[in-house]
Design a protein around this ligand. Structure first.
Ligand code: ZN
Length: 199
């Protein structure tokens, strides 16, 4: 029978959003950086900043419905090139790229689109890419009890590409593997081959 889990806002993101306070603070922030926020172009900017960040940090709730693996499917299930967008917690600048999320089914399976929703959920807060990768893998491991889980994220961090070292085009690759995908060399290679990531 189908089993349902609702994934709500991650616990650390539980505080209330006060958009007015955020707008006032954004206005102060821009002023402190020497910007003339009374200029026509910048007039609505503090409010837009507040709403944009609020949106980036508000995960959508969704139900993860899992089904019994009646067919006994035991090959890798992989969702490739899931778009990822998040905000780095060090600079509060966006990073974006793709995630490849796979698992080797055990007793239960899940719809492929839900793998994208799990990524989106954990990306909807200030993050570091390594933690995001691991959170997706850990959560799927805990919900599906699969024989293996593999998550790879490839992303470009604007804090690296637009400022600092200005490494335009450089992508950061992180991976989190569990179970057979971690322990068995052949399964691991198959997973990385299917993701197109060289590891
Ligand atoms: Zn950063």
């Amino acid at each position: 029978m189908p089993a349902r889990t609702t994934l709500r806002a991650v616990p650390e993101a539980a505080a209330e959003v006060d958009l007015d306070a955020a707008e006032r603070a954004a206005s102060e922030f821009l002023k402190a950086l020497g910007l003339a926020i009374d200029d026509e172009g910048l007039q609505g900017t503090p409010g837009r900043m507040a709403r944009a960040y609020a949106e980036l940090f508000t995960p959508r709730e969704f139900n993860l419905t899992t089904f019994p693996n009646d067919e006994g499917y035991d090959e890798l299930v992989l969702a490739r090139d899931i778009p990822v967008r998040s905000v780095c917690e060090h600079h509060l600048l966006p990073f974006s790229g793709v995630a490849h999320v796979g698992y080797l089914p055990g007793e239960r399976i899940v719809g492929l689109s839900k793998l994208a929703r799990v990524v989106e959920h954990f990306a909807s807060r200030p993050q570091v890419q390594e933690r995001l990768t691991k959170q997706v893998a850990d959560w799927l491991g805990g919900q599906l009890h699969p024989k293996g889980v593999g998550v790879v994220i490839e992303a470009e961090h604007s804090c690296m590409t637009l400022r600092g070292v200005r490494a335009a085009g450089s992508r950061t690759v992180t991976s989190a593997l569990q179970g057979i995908l971690r322990e068995d060399g052949r399964s691991r290679q198959e997973f990385f081959a299917l993701t197109g990531v060289h590891a």
